[in-house]
Write a protein that binds this ligand. Structure first.
Ligand code: NDP
Length: 448
């Protein structure tokens, strides 16, 4: 897909040359630049003053060695990353991902997306992301602790409550955040809100665990209602069975939907009677087991090896909540043929560009990740506010803020799409609305 603008297409070429072999980063930049064509045509100052060129170059990338010892005394060395992409509107904010697939290109793609997502929340947070190719799966708690302590022993030099506030992502849940925060506190001799997603006993926010999944459903609910549709009575398929997927399932069910399938990186379960979420929570959150074990307790459900097959299950609404590029054009075609009328991205960039195009061409309602899954980071920013105030809001108060943020976010993205000649195109609307605030702040600073 060529960008229909000479300067932006040339800029894309430079991004590819300067960041070779980073296809996920190229994919994320191309999508944003394509959406911004009408914006730079209306306001060429963004090109003239160098905003576009600065936008695609991270302010800083930190890459470091993470040595750690396993329970048998063997030494392992992983790589750690933190990409501090853009601090125009606030301290860098974005999660840490621990997964074997992590390399610089993945962290850059996620950090780039995070700039626009964070801007869209309306809160004062810049964009960053980090992680490691360490795999917490199959490791003991002691091994995970030693890894996290080693990771933070380097990272702590570059972060702080007014500089950069990491959170969780794939492979980084409350256990990892606890170890990371404990080590930061020990090294700095300070108790500050430097990480979000913390436990409730030490500065965490109620409703942060639920926020991304709930927020996804609040956003989708707005999108559905604008199209005279509803979760109520709809059949829903959700990929993944991690933090985002579990709470998307909980809220979609509360809205009256029937969720019939979930997955992990090995395979998926199909439960036509409706997913037993308490069982999934026990397996995944408490016992750290595989999704295939679900069928032991629910003989009416079926387990299938492999992930992509989940999109063959007929549904009204699909919520991809596992990982990037997990839903391709062929899966999109199957969903469309089976009558799916809405897709909302809970994971970051789960649909390939070809899949997004297929949905939009077929008139399927489509909610892009950087808008639809912004509830997690928005609630992280609320956790930062509570930490600064040394005060805690109730679950209901945080949830009410989240709902308002996601509703405003939907309307802002929708309005930006209409204003720039792309009514109903929430991909363009989210990119444009997220960009404008950051770009205007960058303009105000001059060349920095
Ligand atoms: P978790 O680690 O809690 O869960 C991830 C889920 O996705 C697991 O079921 C995992 O299966 C599955 N998965 C991971 N990698 C793959 C893969 N390569 N192929 C297939 N399935 C895979 O992560 P989260 O739920 O926190 O994150 C899920 C997505 O949501 C990510 O894209 C993340 O960036 C995004 N996100 C998360 C936010 C949050 O607040 N947590 C906020 C905004 C976005 P398995 O257990 O087998 O690995």
């Amino acid at each position: 897909m060529e960008i229909q603008h000479g300067y932006l297409e040339d800029l894309m070429g430079r991004v590819i040359r300067r960041n070779p072999a980073e296809p996920e980063f190229h994919q994320a930049v191309r999508e944003v630049l394509s959406s911004l064509v009408p914006v730079v045509e209306a306001k060429p100052v963004y090109i003239k003053e160098g905003v576009m060129d600065c936008l695609v170059e991270p302010e800083r990338i930190i890459k470091f060695r993470v040595p750690w010892e396993d329970d048998q005394g063997n030494v392992h060395v992983n790589r750690g990353f933190r990409v501090q992409f853009n601090s125009a509107i606030g301290p860098y904010k974005g999660g840490l991902r621990f997964h074997p697939s992590v390399y610089e290109g993945i962290v850059k793609f996620l950090g780039f997306e995070q700039i626009f997502k964070n801007s869209l929340t309306g809160l004062p947070i810049g964009g960053g992301k980090g992680g490691s190719d360490f795999d917490p799966k199959g490791k003991s708690d002691a091994e995970v602790m030693r890894f996290c302590q080693s990771f933070m022993t380097e990272l702590f030099k570059y972060i702080g409550p007014d500089t950069d506030v990491p959170a969780g992502d794939i492979g980084v849940g409350s256990r990892e955040i606890g170890y990371l925060f404990g080590q930061y506190k020990r090294l700095r001799n300070e108790f500050t809100g430097v990480l979000t997603g913390k436990g409730l006993a030490y500065g965490g926010s109620l409703a942060r665990t639920e926020a991304t999944g709930y927020g996804l459903c609040y956003f989708t609910d707005n999108m559905l209602r604008d199209a005279s549709r509803s979760f109520d009575g709809a059949t829903v398929v959700i990929s993944g069975s991690g933090n985002v997927a579990i709470y998307a399932c909980e809220k979609a069910s509360a809205f009256g939907a029937k969720v019939v399938a979930m997955s992990d990186s090995s395979g998926f379960i199909h439960d036509p009677d409706g997913i037993d979420l308490a069982l999934v929570k026990r397996l995944k959150e408490v016992e750290r087991r595989r999704i295939r074990d679900y069928v032991e307790a629910r003989p009416s459900a079926r387990y299938h090896e492999g992930c992509a097959g989940i999109w063959q299950i007929p549904c009204d609404i699909a919520l991809p909540c596992a990982t990037q590029n997990e839903l391709d054009a062929a899966s999109a075609k199957t969903l469309i043929q089976n009558g799916c009328f809405a897709v909302a991205e809970g994971a970051n960039m789960p649909c390939t560009p070809e899949a997004v195009e297929a949905f939009q061409t077929a008139g399927v309602l489509f909610a892009p990740a950087k808008a639809a899954n912004a509830g997690g980071v928005a609630t992280s920013a609320l956790e930062m506010s509570q930490n600064s105030m040394r005060f805690s809001w109730t679950f209901e108060e945080v949830d009410a803020h989240l709902k308002t943020i996601m509703t405003d976010l939907y309307h802002n993205a929708s309005a930006a799409a209409a204003e720039y000649g792309k009514p109903g195109d929430l991909v363009a609307g989210a990119n444009i609305a997220g960009f404008l605030k950051v770009a205007d702040a960058m303009l105000a600073y001059g060349l920095v």
